[in-house]
Every structure is written in structure tokens, then in C-alpha cells.
Design a protein around this ligand. Sequence first.
Ligand SMILES: [Zn+2]
Length: 340
Amino acid sequence: MAVAIQNLTTRLNLTGRGWGRGLDWTLGRERDPWSGGYRISFSSEVKSELSGLIPARTCCQLAELSGVFYSTRGRLIQTGNGNAAYFSLLRNSVARKVVRLSRSLAQVDAKYHAERHAKRTAFFIEVPLPAALEPAFTLPAARALPTKPCDRKNFFRGFFLGCGSVNAPSTRYHLELVAPTLGWATVLLCLLHEAQVRAGVVERAGQHVVYVKDAEGIVRCLQLMGGNRAVMEFENVRVVRDVRAQVNRRLNFETANIDKTIGSAMRQVEAIRKLDEDQGLETLPPSLREMARRRTENPELNLSELATLMNLSKSAVNHRLRRLVEISETGAEVSKTASR
Ligand SMILES: [Zn+2]
């Protein structure tokens, strides 16, 4: 254990930054390689919101802190006076939360330190543990899940903050937790099952990833963790998505109708052409001759539009067009029809 402290000290000396309060918490943001600006993903937004929530009760605070601890493979280290929980984190908002939780939970000031690597910043936090809290940080996965519902929620939130992520609702519905071990994946599946969330587990690069792939399940998870803003944003985007899907369905339907309109107009135009060829349009009564001309000139118009154009009722237009097609198909009735 003394080795761990030694490593810690070495790391401090390497970066030339001591423990302290002057830490720049903005270091954890990621640079967007395309725009050069800071990229704020939906996952980051959700985690920022969840990091800002500090549970009121001590039991819940302990549950959440241990959730972050186990999900990030935290270790217990020996210090000059007793043991400390040692966290390595990759997100500044979560690091800040660990510091705040330990302050209100154990009235201890955590030692923290940030280390900048090429791509991202790592945060190392050492929380001195009062003897009474120690057992909560030494449990095997199978027994680490708290029993009280309030604590389970906070434990889950801590766990998500440590190893979870969620896609923006505008993309593929996907929430996942990269469990530290298969045992932890099983524990998470149980927890989600109890919360009526359908979840699965998949092995990816030797790690066990617990995932939720349906919108209801993801909303349920966000609710469970108390991410009200995230739930609202998720639901808003989801509504827009649903409406867009409806509009698309409707557009397809209308396109089909337009095809139908054009189809029948083409049949009518063709019938009129044939009629003209067979017997000449001049043999028709003026009303039908006018109709034939208008239809031929405006094949793209539907019945209502033709009716407006000719200042007639829709049914009159429909009737005249049907007559034209009829006459064209049965040339024999021409003179009779024409006389009427
Ligand atoms: Zn509680």
C-alpha cells in the first residue's frame, strides 16, 4: 500500500501540480477535432446534470459514492491515518461530485489532482474513509447492491456516472454501462430488470457491456437517476422524431394519391386523343368539347382544380370526363351522346 502512495506522489511531482483547490475543472472537456471548439455530447450534458444532484440523505450519498467507486474500479489504499478510497476518473464533473459527496458524507476533504495526457485529462481523488464507511467499499459485486430503493437509485446514478453513456435521442436509441466485471454486469441487469427496463449484455473487447436499446427503457433509466432535464430533452426529440415519421407516412400517402390523379388524367387525355382521331372533337356538344380541351391542356390538374378553372362543380367535371372516356371507348354511342 505504501507503494500506491509512492506512485501517487511521483505522479504529482511529474506534473508539477500539488494537491489543492486551485484545480482547473474545465480541463476535462474534449476538443472537437473538426471545429476546434469544445464538443458537448448528449452524454456529457446528461452527466453534468446528474453530477449536480447531491442526495440529501447520508445513506443515499454513500450509495452513490460507492457506485462511482465500483464502476471506475476504485481501489482502497492505506494512508498515514487509516484507509482511503482512491478514484481515477476521466470526467471533471464526476470528479467534482466525488469531492462534494465525500465532504458532506464523511466531513473529509478529498485530495484531488488532475493530470493532462495527450487527448484527455485524468482526475485522481483520494477520499480518507472513516472506519464506519470502509465496509461499503470492500464488498464483492454480488453483495454490493444496496437494499433500500432510495439507495439503489443513487447507486445506479453513481454507476452510470462512472461507466455509462447515452446516445442523443436524435440518433440510434442506445444507453450502455461498461461493467468492470461479469459479476457487475449481472448485478446491473438485476437492477434494471427490477426497474422494468429491458436490458441486455454483450461482450465487447473483453468487457461486459450492459445496454438498453428502446426509448422507453432509456427514459426510465434517466428518470431513475433523477435526470429530469435529460428526460425532457429526450422526450422532446422523440416527439419530433415521431411526428416526422408520421409526416413521412402522410407524404408517402399523398404521393400515392398524386400518382393516382396523374394516372387517371393520363387515361383521360389518351381517351380524348383517340376520340379526336376517330371522329373529331367537333362532333361533340360544346360542353364536352370544352371539357376535352381543358383536360388536354391541363393534364396535371386534379378534379377540384379543373372544376375551379372551369367554374363548374367537381361532380360536373367528373361526369363530363367520364362521358368523354365512355364515348372514346364505345364510338357507337357518339351521335346519341352528341345530340343530348
Ligand atoms: Zn437512501
